[in-house]
Design a protein around this ligand. Structure first.
Ligand SMILES: *[C@@H]1O[C@H](CO)[C@@H](O)[C@H](O)[C@H]1NC(C)=O
Ligand SMILES: *[C@@H]1O[C@H](CO)[C@@H](O)[C@H](O)[C@H]1NC(C)=O
Ligand SMILES: *[C@@H]1O[C@H](CO)[C@@H](O)[C@H](O)[C@H]1NC(C)=O
Ligand SMILES: *[C@@H]1O[C@H](CO)[C@@H](O)[C@H](O)[C@H]1NC(C)=O
Length: 372
């Protein structure tokens, strides 16, 4: 037991940089969206299997059952002079657009009737993935958000181009779990089949298969979800039951090519290919488990009933602000026992606190930015 834990810890400390991304020489390495956060050791815990398999999540419809706005048309971009000028076509019914690079907010483009829609990323990085989405209104929550784009990357010709998921690629990651409810970093509500990733490693919009869990669509982030780590969403106590595990996940598709839902076969097993790693990760990190992005405690109930077909209990509504890994209580204590817990400071989306290293850390959580 000891031995295997030590081995896992060793794996965990090795950053796997850009396993899926093309590198663009001359650009700096992509930094972790959350800045300089050190992930503590996450020893493997005991494990109780989830009560259901996670299906292939579709984001075609929002939580009210209405079709989401499609991906904006004519997405293009040019890298020149150290920045990327991104242009978009108008989407009928869209009031605004959001652009992220590896979960860092690049732009919020409101449509006020300007002749053309564009935004500039003045800090592009090596292999960074861009995600673009149209919004019905400026709420940036589940009902507002359109379908996210495929990941875009700077190609060797300096133009943005779409990135296709390398189906069949398998590698080992640390898998933790969370049960927060409400909007995640992408605005989509937390739900079974949606997972938090380090978007430098697994871009948003990628489907992957996690043994013992099922399918995951990358739609969220977490402060301790850095490098080879993912945070899977499970309802209620199932998140704590999962604990901290390691699994070989397999990339199974993306939003243009979703998986069929049958058990995937892997063609490659590159577990932890570690290239020169850590040097490339600007960040330090600390992460622990699960924390993902939920912001407002208000919409809890709705969510619970729509997500887990199987076993949602009344409990869900009261646990919104806690994270799975430390499923204790919603008290405001922040001690070593509470690290990883998060707290909404307002029922809208104006504040967000997280217990990091025994201290509450506040994050901005306004309309433009939802961090976890
Ligand atoms: C970006 O490109 C658009 C379309 O060509 C252009 O109208 C806009 O001025 C450009 N923005 C910058 C900052 O170069
Ligand atoms: C989205 O935000 C609006 C305005 O705050 C709110 O009325 C609506 O209920 C929210 N929708 C969801 C699904 O949270
Ligand atoms: C992942 O696959 C590698 C290569 O087969 C294997 O050594 C490792 O034990 C696997 N990890 C897990 C968590 O199953
Ligand atoms: C946690 O806090 C202690 C005491 O302030 C400090 O020495 C330590 O470096 C911190 N650890 C991390 C990971 O920030």
């Amino acid at each position: 037991m000891r031995l295997s834990l030590a081995i896992y810890a060793a794996f965990a400390s090795v950053a796997m940089s850009y396993p899926l991304a093309k590198r663009q020489s001359g650009l700096p390495a992509c930094a972790f969206w959350g800045g300089d956060i050190t992930v503590p050791d996450r020893p493997v815990t005991s494990f109780i299997a989830p009560y259901q398999q996670s299906p292939v999540l579709s984001i075609a419809k929002n939580t009210l059952g209405a079709a989401r706005l499609p991906v904006p048309p004519n997405i293009a971009g040019t890298y020149s002079g150290g920045s990327v000028n991104i242009t978009l076509g108008r989407e009928t019914g869209a009031a605004a657009y959001r652009i992220w690079r590896d979960a860092n907010a690049v732009a919020w483009v409101s449509d006020w009737g300007q002749p053309s829609l564009s935004a500039v990323d003045s800090a592009p990085c090596d292999g960074g993935f861009y995600t673009i989405v149209a919004m019905q209104d400026s709420n940036s929550n589940d009902t507002s958000m359109g379908v996210m784009s495929l990941p875009y990357q700077i190609q060797s010709n300096g133009q943005l181009g779409t990135y296709s998921a390398p189906v069949g690629k398998t590698f080992q990651v640390r898998v933790t779990s969370y049960n927060n409810l409400g909007p995640t970093a992408t605005g989509y509500n937390a739900q079974l089949g949606g997972c938090a990733v380090d978007p430098r490693v697994i871009p948003w919009g990628t489907y992957f298969y996690v043994p013992d869990y099922g399918y995951c669509l990358a739609t969220d982030i977490g402060t301790w979800i850095q490098d080879n780590a993912v945070d899977i969403w499970l309802p209620d106590e199932q998140a704590g039951n999962w604990g901290v595990q390691y699994r070989n996940i397999t990339i199974v598709g993306d939003l243009a090519n979703p998986p069929s839902g049958s058990t995937p076969t892997s063609t490659t097993t590159t577990s932890t290919s570690k290239s020169s790693s850590s040097s490339t990760q600007t960040t330090t990190t600390t992460t622990t488990s699960s924390k993902t992005t939920t912001t407002s405690s208000s919409k809890t109930t709705t969510k619970a009933s729509t997500t887990s077909a199987t076993k949602t209990t009344t409990k869900a509504s009261s646990t919104t602000t806690t994270t799975s890994q430390s499923p204790t209580s919603t008290s405001t204590a922040c001690t070593s026992a509470n690290n990883g817990q998060s707290l909404c400071t307002a029922s809208g989306s104006s504040g967000y606190k997280e217990c990091v290293n025994n201290t509450w850390v506040s994050f901005q959580c306004g309309t433009g930015t939802i961090l976890s």
